[in-house]
Design a protein around this ligand. Sequence first.
Ligand code: HEC
Ligand code: HEC
Ligand code: HEC
Ligand code: HEC
Length: 188
Amino acid sequence: MRKLFTISLIMVALVAFMAIGLMAQDSTKSEMKGDMKEMKGDMKKMAPAHEYVSAKKCKACHKDVYTSWETTPHAKAFEALSADEQKKPECVKCHMTGMLADGTAINNVECEACHGPGADYKKATIMSKKKWAADPKGQLAMAVEAGLVMPTEETCVRCHTKEGNPNYKEFDFEKMKAKVHAFPSMGE
Ligand code: HEC
Ligand code: HEC
Ligand code: HEC
Ligand code: HEC
């Protein structure tokens, strides 16, 4: 009788143990499903909703900004890499801007690395001198809606970070911001 009791106790314990194990597995499964969903969401966020056009397109209307940007290290960031390093994704990712719709790489840190891919916000209906003068806030809002980024510290620290950056230097946003190009609206 006692033996039977012990056996059934062991059985109960075993069943309970297995049940807990199954439950745990189940919750890892649903956690994994959640992670996968999140990853897919992140991938969507990472894929540009707007196309890149390259700095040449911005130059047409922002000549002062372009010619000053051209003299900065950003404009030569890709050339700073050796031929070998230019083939390494782990280096190139912070030394280039993105891809044109036809797959051509936009090397160096161009306008769109900071201001976002420009195909939609550069349109003359949005970046129009006349319309902008009449309603700067409204036009800026339209531009932002079309993908324009007015860069903040967050924009920079994507690249100005220690992680993966073998030449990391201390980054002070307020100081560094003034060096990216001329600011015509501030009389520069
Ligand atoms: C068709 C001409 C044109 C093109 C092309 C163009 N822009 Fe503009 N952009 C303007 C005008 C006009 C304004 C309004 C402010 C001004 O008069 O400078 C403006 C405003 C801006 C502003 C906001 C300035 C502010 O005062 O808030 C940014 C940033 C900007 N452009 C970046 C770019 C970038 C980056 C590109 C290339 C992807 C680009 N623009 C292409 C004409 C253009
Ligand atoms: C996370 C972004 C990032 C990655 C990845 C990265 N770099 Fe850089 N790299 C930078 C930044 C930003 C600078 C400018 C220094 C700074 O302010 O940190 C820089 C500067 C440089 C310079 C110029 C150094 C100087 O003093 O003028 C070279 C050369 C360079 N990186 C090579 C590489 C190589 C090689 C790799 C791949 C092994 C690499 N980088 C990966 C962001 C990155
Ligand atoms: C390294 C990042 C970076 C790059 C590259 C860059 N910009 Fe900017 N840009 C900024 C920052 C930061 C501001 C100031 C944002 C603010 O005031 O909120 C700015 C402001 C501007 C403004 C407003 C200027 C003013 O006088 O107020 C224009 C126009 C502009 N950028 C166009 C361009 C164009 C065109 C290029 C390429 C030739 C370019 N930017 C490249 C970071 C960048
Ligand atoms: C796509 C990556 C990327 C982004 C975004 C970026 N940078 Fe850079 N930055 C670099 C790289 C790479 C270098 C080094 C270029 C070289 O030395 O060849 C650099 C160099 C610089 C330099 C020159 C440093 C020196 O010692 O002369 C300044 C200033 C700078 N960045 C400011 C900024 C600011 C401000 C922002 C944000 C508004 C920004 N950067 C956004 C990649 C980036």
